[in-house]
Ligand binder design. Structure first.
Ligand SMILES: Cc1cc2nc3c(=O)[nH]c(=O)nc-3n(C[C@H](O)[C@H](O)[C@H](O)COP(=O)(O)OP(=O)(O)OC[C@H]3O[C@@H](n4cnc5c(N)ncnc54)[C@H](O)[C@@H]3O)c2cc1C
Length: 89
């Protein structure tokens, strides 16, 4: 928690006055953590297009199908893409 607060304050000097609380989690100690996020290997540059392609009525979202791989931004971007796909289909 102290590390998170210090990191925020290093970036935004005014952060402490807005700090309401927080939680930190060490994922390596979580028994349910089995992986993290997708990583493209060497030569796998076309996989995203394949993974994000609709298959009949099925549409695929998730960070692994996004241009912003391995991030929450990517998860959201892929959800927006799929909602547009469904609207058009
Ligand atoms: C330790 C760690 C730290 C991270 N830190 C950051 C960060 O600081 N910033 C950032 O932007 N991103 C971070 N990420 C990445 C980010 O969390 C992921 O990219 C994002 O959550 C992926 O979202 P998603 O919706 O694609 O997949 P997920 O969030 O994995 O959602 C998939 C869901 O599907 C469910 N599911 C799986 N199989 C089935 C099934 N058969 N039936 C029904 N449901 C199923 C799962 O339970 C899960 O709820 C981090 C990831 C990890 C693991």
């Amino acid at each position: 928690m102290e590390t998170a607060q210090k990191t925020c304050t290093d970036i935004w000097k005014e952060a402490p006055q807005y700090w309401e609380g927080g939680v930190t989690k060490y994922w390596n100690e979580d028994p349910w953590t089995r992986a993290s996020y997708s990583v493209a290997g060497v030569g796998q540059k076309d996989f995203r297009d394949i993974l994000s392609r609709p298959e009949g009525l099925f549409h695929f979202a998730g960070e692994h199908t996004s241009i912003y791989r391995a991030s929450m931004n990517g998860a959201i971007e892929s959800g927006l893409r799929v909602s547009e796909e469904i609207k058009k289909s």
